[in-house]
Design a protein around this ligand. Structure first.
Ligand SMILES: Cc1ncc(COP(=O)(O)O)c(C=O)c1O
Length: 393
């Protein structure tokens, strides 16, 4: 492993846990049945899917496994909740509310409603920590609002929202509440009964499971218009032959979390804090973004003085990290999340996202620190300093 780059990009994706791969293997080989088939092969696959559904339900405290609808990932889950939920509620109105720091999958789903179904959409601002104020959500509600979508934890700056406080007001007005929990579920930070959301989006590859599989929690009898129809799978809410190996992997990854068979959050948080502290000490003027306490244990978003993050990363091929969000990679536009919390476009471009995870070690952190501080001190790295960022946000 030592000759491989240090991986500090766990918000983009997580490595597959070897125990998850072990669980998946039989379903990639001799257990190949279609869970819709009545014979022995099909029934074996169907039992495996049911077990996985129970594990995922248990991970998020869902009362009934039937409330879990498997999708291809959180992108699809977000679209199903936002577009499908809003279309089902069309008789009650045509307005949706979201925030300025959502993942692009959520923003695009809301925009789809606007462009193709004549809805209107309000994007609520956040404060400088990236927190959504419940009062601002209340102020955005209209008599025809049918759905509110606020992410649980942000993928760039790690801030965790008080979904339960927002859901309380939203439900009081008989409006649907959706939350994108792709980033927080792996830390076991989700409890659907506590959060009180009607829809919760999940993604397996953010929690050491395979890519291309996710789920939407749909509470009880909440109405939803299917966006993909066909063979009637997933209670008719998401047609298509189930991806059994991936679903089994998702279930196995969820079960590892609920049985405490993974690195405790506190250990990841302690390494993250050590890295943050040492970077701030070594690079005067560096500032940490996001909420100081209500944040993902493994996330560190740090704005550096006078250094473009992309140049810095180019200089450190042995460190795998990110500038802002992976979804923005390849785009010259600064992150919409960083500008939403008040960073200038220049400061956003000087921001590095370091995502620690279960396999991150103390020596990874020490090496990463050495690399970043060394690269930042390189004379070619210096660009014109921009004033006004030398405060903690
Ligand atoms: C908050 C959030 N929502 C949604 C997604 C998309 O998830 P998926 O890759 O499963 O479609 C991501 C992944 O980048 C994410 O971080």
């Amino acid at each position: 492993m030592t000759d491989r780059p240090i991986y500090l990009d766990h918000q983009a994706t997580t490595p597959l846990d070897p125990r998850v791969l072990d669980a998946m293997m039989p379903f990639l080989t001799d257990q190949f049945g279609n869970p819709g088939s009545a014979h022995a092969y099909g029934q074996a696959a169907s039992r495996a899917v049911s077990a996985a559904r129970r594990h995922v339900a248990h991970l998020i405290g869902a009362k009934n496994p039937i409330e879990i609808v498997f999708t291809s990932g959180a992108t699809e889950a977000n679209h199903l909740a936002i577009v499908g939920g809003s279309l089902a509620a069309r008789p009650h109105g045509g307005h949706v509310v979201t925030t300025t720091i959502e993942h692009k999958a959520v923003l695009a789903a809301c925009q789809f409603l606007v462009d193709h179904h004549g809805y209107t959409c309000t994007r609520v601002d956040v404060d400088s920590h990236g927190s959504v104020r419940p009062d601002d959500v209340i102020a955005a509600l209209k008599p025809d609002t049918v759905l509110v979508s606020v992410m649980h934890a942000n993928n760039e700056i790690g801030t965790i929202q008080r979904i339960e406080a927002i859901a309380e007001v939203v439900h009081h007005r008989r409006i649907l509440m959706h939350t994108d929990a792709a980033q927080s579920a792996g830390y076991s930070l989700i409890d659907t009964s506590g959060l009180d959301a009607d829809f919760v989006s999940l993604s397996a590859h953010k929690l050491y499971g395979p890519k291309g599989i996710g789920a939407l929690f749909v509470r009880g009898r909440t109405r939803l218009t299917a966006l993909q129809t066909g063979g009637g799978q997933e209670r008719g809410l998401r047609a298509g032959t189930l991806n059994v190996p991936a679903i089994v992997g998702f279930g196995a990854a969820a079960a590892l979390i609920t049985t405490d068979a993974v690195t405790p959050n506190g250990e990841i948080r302690a390494l993250r804090d050590r890295l943050a502290q040492r970077l701030c000490n070594a690079i005067p003027g560096a500032t940490v973004n996001g909420h100081p306490r209500r944040r993902l244990p493994g996330n560190l978003s740090i704005t550096l003085p006078a250094i473009e993050a992309a140049d810095l990363l180019d200089h450190m091929p042995t460190l795998a990290a990110s500038t802002g969000s992976a979804c923005n990679t390849g785009s010259a536009e600064p992150s919409h999340v960083l500008t939403a919390i008040g960073l200038s476009r220049a400061a956003a471009r000087r921001t590095l996202r370091l995502g620690l995870g279960r396999t991150t070690t103390g020596s990874d952190i020490d090496l990463a620190l050495k690399m970043i501080v060394g690269a930042a001190a390189h004379p070619l790295m210096a660009c014109t300093p921009v004033g006004g960022i030398d405060q903690f946000r």
